[in-house]
Design a protein. Structure first.
Lengths: 343, 246
């Protein structure tokens, strides 16, 4: 019997270009480092990259947007989006601050922290669960469902905080939020651990495989017997819990819980996912890509400040990078022989 | 005909609101037989295959599989019995490779550091073996399906059904979206499935295809069986008359 004809695309040439497109985030990060290094050397006769303080600051800078982006990565791969992460983070931050303060006298510095963490994580499950139920069970489009939760979480967070930030009186918290272990900031180490867990879940577990399948084709997943509804609900809960961890670390860093803590970070989180190679059409993306994406944003923001450019250029730079990433993603899909606007 | 049917549909009726989609439809399918299901749009072909594959529950009538009456609550239960359906849109995840698609929802697991992890290599090699049995060669098994041709994707869909030892395979317009060489290949696949003892229900608008690969043909018209013929005792003209009535 004859074999099937292969696709008409020249595989060798495409293989190289596909590789380049896949590695674009790494390349871009490298180019940014080189560019800022040259800029710093030529304009100020100083180093950008080889200054440990800069590297540490960039890592700390990337923590909160990255945590929001981790859950967002899985949500976007499944073909959804979570617009509520920023205020879920703020909501969790305020719950955390209140609970730590409220139990400090009775439970002491350690006990109150444990209660605060448990309370903040549990509280964040509520918005995540509601998002998931709205989207999976009541078929509300993710954009609308999580936009509603954006408003609800925002309002409740500000109500709980009575419109101001909530200072935390806990001596250990400030140490955890600003201290280092073996030269690494503790909040960065915590984030690395969560990255490792999420990377394993997405790339190795059956659940992660189903997240990709749902993003590739919901119909195919349903017909293959995958519990799409339950998987989707879990996705939004995971996203909310990641955001809550971001809120806890933020509160640790600044010794205050703020409802608006995550407000400017929503777009950064989506940008990190997209720059990291995920497609907003669903079906592709990686945790490592998102980490690189979050670092790219942090380097742009910190680097521009370092070379003394007006801070408003940060928004312009990040915006341009997002659009370029989406353009590269689309041409990559065309190279792969797929339709850009499928499903 | 030979022995007992592998699948027996007896007086199935299905209504949607006031619409009688199926009215006392009966058919038999034998192992190693290709049965064509023909009919104009809206004749009830889709409703019938969805009822057999567990998507719909019949309002009346009995489906027997291997001599036993069965009721399927969902498509998964039909699959567990060995009734696989290849839909016209193939129901593949285009962003995953052939192995992941063959094992979609039934992934092979291994242990990594004591934790359960998806065994992609094993799924790929097993998928390749299944495809080899079907005489299909795919050069790069690690590529997502979206970079494959229509025929290759159809082959993966068939491979998935076969891998799980389907005894009944329902194919909905398997040649509709393909070029001529790939149509030929799919028809060759259907013949080799028949030889290995699978009962195939072949749905098509294309009478040329039906006369080429099928043994028998059941014609539906407005939810009833308008006629049943052996391919060797009928002509395309007669089938068209049965389809349109008159």
């Amino acid at each position: 019997m004859d074999t099937l004809p292969v696709t008409e695309v020249d595989t060798e040439k495409v293989g190289w270009l596909t590789w380049l497109a896949a590695a674009r985030a790494w390349l871009f990060l490298a180019i940014l480092f080189v560019a800022f290094e040259l800029w710093a050397q030529l304009a100020y006769h100083t180093t950008f990259l080889f200054n440990p303080f800069n590297v540490q600051s960039i890592a700390v800078f990337a923590v909160a947007p990255l945590l929001l982006a981790l859950g967002q990565t899985l949500v976007i791969i499944s073909g959804g989006i979570d617009l509520s992460v920023g205020f879920t983070m703020g909501f969790a931050a305020v719950v955390f601050a209140h609970c730590v303060n409220g139990t400090l006298d009775s439970l002491g510095v350690f006990g109150s922290l444990v209660v605060g963490v448990i309370a903040a994580l549990s509280a964040s499950i509520v918005p995540g669960l509601i998002n998931g139920l709205l989207i999976a069970r009541l078929k509300v489009p993710p954009f609308i469902g999580t936009l509603g939760m954006y408003g609800v979480a925002r309002g409740i967070a500000f109500l709980l905080a009575r419109g101001t930030t909530v200072p935390v009186r806990n001596s250990i918290l400030a140490v955890l939020g600003n201290g280092s272990l073996f030269g690494f900031p503790i909040i960065v180490l915590v984030t690395i651990m969560i990255v490792a867990v999420m990377h394993f879940v997405l790339s190795q577990s059956r659940y992660g495989q189903h997240v990709y399948a749902i993003g590739g084709s919901r119909q195919a997943s349903l017909r293959a017997g995958i519990n799409v509804e339950r998987n989707t609900i879990v996705l939004y809960v995971l996203s909310a819990v990641c955001a809550a961890i971001g809120g806890i670390l933020y509160t640790a860093r600044f010794s205050a819980g703020a409802a608006q803590a995550g407000e400017p970070l929503l777009l950064d989180s989506i940008a990190a996912v997209v720059i990291g190679g995920a497609s907003l059409f669903g079906g592709s993306g990686t945790v490592i890509g998102t980490v690189i994406g979050a670092l790219i944003i942090a380097v742009i923001q910190y680097g521009l400040v370092f070379v003394n450019v007006e801070p408003f250029w940060q928004f312009v730079a990040v915006g341009v990078v997002i659009v370029i990433s989406v353009l590269v993603d689309q041409s990559q899909r065309r190279l792969g022989g797929g339709k850009v606007d499928e499903e | 005909m030979k022995s007992d049917p592998i699948l027996e549909v007896r007086d199935i009726s299905k209504r949607f609101g006031g619409v009688h989609a199926l009215e006392k439809v009966s058919l038999n399918l034998y192992a190693g037989e290709v049965l064509a299901l023909a009919g104009d749009n809206g004749a009830g072909k889709s409703t019938l295959i969805k009822t057999i594959s567990g998507v719909h529950k019949p309002d009346e009538g009995i489906i027997s599989y291997d001599g036993q009456p069965v009721t399927f609550e969902n498509p998964q239960q039909a699959r567990d019995h060995g009734i696989e359906t290849i839909y016209q849109d193939l129901a593949l995840a285009d962003n995953l490779d052939a192995g992941a698609n063959v094992f979609l929802g039934r992934e092979v697991m291994k242990r990594v550091l004591g934790l359960p992890a998806v065994d992609r290599r094993k799924m790929r090699t097993e998928a390749a073996e299944t495809l080899k049995v079907l005489d299909i060669r795919i050069d790069r098994l690690d590529l997502p399906l979206r970079s494959m041709s229509g025929g290759q994707r159809q082959a993966v869909a068939i491979g998935r059904a076969i891998h799980w030892k389907a005894k009944v395979l329902i194919m909905d317009e398997p040649t509709a979206a393909l070029g001529v060489p790939e149509q030929r290949k799919v028809k060759a696949l259907v013949r080799s499935l028949k030889q290995s003892g699978v009962g195939v229900i072949f749905i098509s608008h294309n009478l040329v295809d039906i006369f080429e690969v099928c043994d028998r043909i059941v014609v539906l018209r407005r939810g009833i069986v308008a006629g049943e013929r052996s391919i060797s005792n009928t002509t395309p003209d007669e089938i068209v008359r049965l389809m349109v009535g008159g």
